[in-house]
Design a protein around this ligand. Structure first.
Ligand SMILES: O=C(O)CC[C@@H](O)C(=O)O
Ligand SMILES: [Zn+2]
Length: 477
């Protein structure tokens, strides 16, 4: 760990003095107090954290060279740096803990190239996911990932956190679709691994180190990513099931019947639906049910896809797995159905204080955790809900209470983590560890694996200036 972390006033002044001279070259600085532009995710009250408003310096470079210069400067002076994309993370990885210098990718938003044959897109790290998708759609491609925060999250942040989202079932994780990365290391060294090749077995695949490392090993400045063709036909079915077992049967049948055109299989429980109805005034398009599934198909032939979907729907209805349902083929209705699923996070924030868990589990056990937590908390919680990417075995378990309650938290944790570990799950499926979950890493990784992670961190960032206090717990702790 660095001798001195954070931004002591004199050092910060030096840095600013130097950087302000360079504003004409496009390097932007801002002096605190400043608005981050968006409320950061909440911390548990009482946590050792003063929040983002303690940072006095926000740097918004436009080029990789500027990022390199900033990191070289900060590394020489032991100044801690908090890399930040769209600031949409849910585990506190993108917000400073003390007075770290915020290094934002907001102005690094240029598309570098798109190969119209292979679909390989190369762009700077600060490009907003939704804007990339719009750019691609105009050229008959789409991004291989999609998530609720698409309107503000940055592709660099997506890669740094290995974000999953709702298309992972079809297009796989960023570990497969990211073909190359440009990264600036803690000491300012530029690591150019920005290749655009599907196959490259020359030595270690270094980019994988940075995917999912949450800005602790280097700052991602550019990304090369393989983008699928825009599907000619997209359909969404929104179905109701009486039991979770029926959700599983529907999933199994769906995989067999829809095959290669299946592009998403999401689920939400009845309480999620009630929350989006109550807080966001969305309308439930089907009969009230204990469970709902959202199935998306994406293919290249409208009538072929329609036949497959209709055949599947006839079967699930006939077998009694599904009690009611609706199908959307036009954009507006598709968006409205997706909103029911994508707006759950927002609805929960209106319900009170939210305790959030992002768990990977063998799919058959996915909902049992919600049942057990609900039984354990009883009246102590306002709502205990389960939803998520069922097709990926990823449950989002969220608990609400009107205000933060320490004794409720103590009933949830470590129970949830122990439960996940006992059932061979992961305590963080797609959100990362950030600040909030780092002390629980041992539930999902062995001590040898954690030791190697510390060794890699020490090798790549010996002074510990990059996103300190995140991902790995202090070794003395
Ligand atoms: O808020 C959450 O817990 C989940 C957010 C996101 O990953 C989602 O799938 O909607
Ligand atoms: Zn999710």
């Amino acid at each position: 760990m660095a001798e001195k972390l954070g931004g002591p006033a004199r050092e910060v002044k030096d840095l600013l003095g130097r950087l302000v001279e360079r504003v004409s070259r496009g390097l932007e600085t801002a002096l605190g107090p400043f608005e981050v532009g968006q409320d950061p995710p909440e911390y548990y009250p009482g946590e050792t954290c003063c929040g983002p408003r303690c940072s006095k310096v926000l740097l918004r470079p436009r080029t990789t060279e500027e990022v390199s210069e900033i990191l070289r400067y900060c590394n020489q002076r032991n100044l801690a740096v908090n890399p930040q994309g769209g600031n949409t993370g849910l585990v506190g990885g993108s917000v400073p803990v003390f007075d770290e210098i915020i290094l934002s990718t907001a102005l690094m938003n240029q598309i570098i190239s798109l190969d119209s044959i292979s679909g390989i897109l190369v762009c700077q790290a600060g490009c907003i996911l939704e804007k990339l998708n719009q750019y691609l759609e105009e050229r008959d491609f789409i991004m291989p990932l999609d998530l609720g925060a698409k309107g503000s999250c940055h592709i660099g942040g997506n890669v740094a956190t290995n974000a999953g989202g709702v298309r992972l079932l079809r297009y796989g994780s960023l570990r497969g679709t990211v073909l190359g990365l440009e990264v600036v290391l803690a000491d300012g060294t530029l690591l150019n691994c920005l290749t655009s090749l599907r196959k490259d077995n020359t030595g270690y695949d270094l980019k994988q180190l940075f995917i999912g490392s949450e800005g602790t090993l280097g700052v991602i400045t550019a990304v090369s990513i393989l983008c699928p063709r825009k599907p000619a036909s997209v359909k969404v079915a929104f179905l109701g099931c009486e039991t979770f077992q029926q959700v599983l049967e529907t999933f199994s049948l769906c995989k067999g019947s829809l095959g290669e055109i299946l592009s998403a299989f999401e689920f939400l429980d009845g309480d999620c639906m009630k929350l989006v109805q109550k807080h966001l005034h969305h309308t439930n398009p089907i009969t009230e049910s204990p469970f709902y599934v959202l199935i998306e198909t994406s293919g290249s032939n409208v009538s072929h896809d329609e036949d497959k979907l209709n055949h599947f729907l006839e079967k699930v209805m006939a077998l009694g797995f599904v009690t009611d349902g609706t199908v959307a083929t036009d954009d507006m209705k598709i968006k409205a159905l997706w909103a029911l699923r994508e707006h759950i996070t927002e609805a929960l924030t209106h319900d009170g204080y939210v305790y959030k868990y992002d768990i990977s589990l063998p799919v058959e056990q996915l909902y049992q955790l919600v049942v057990d937590v609900r039984a354990r908390l009883g009246m102590g919680a306002k709502n205990v809900v389960g939803y998520g990417h069922l097709g990926d075995g990823n449950l989002h378990l969220n608990v609400t209470s009107s205000t933060f309650d320490n004794s409720l938290l103590a009933s949830i944790e470590p129970f949830v983590y122990e439960w996940a570990a006992r059932h061979r799950g992961s305590i963080s499926a797609e959100h990362g560890l950030g600040l909030k979950k780092k002390q629980h890493i041992h539930y999902s990784k062995t001590k040898e694996a954690i030791l190697l992670m510390h060794q890699l961190k020490a090798q790549l960032d010996p002074k510990g200036i990059l996103n300190p206090y995140k991902v790995l717990a202090d070794r003395s702790a």
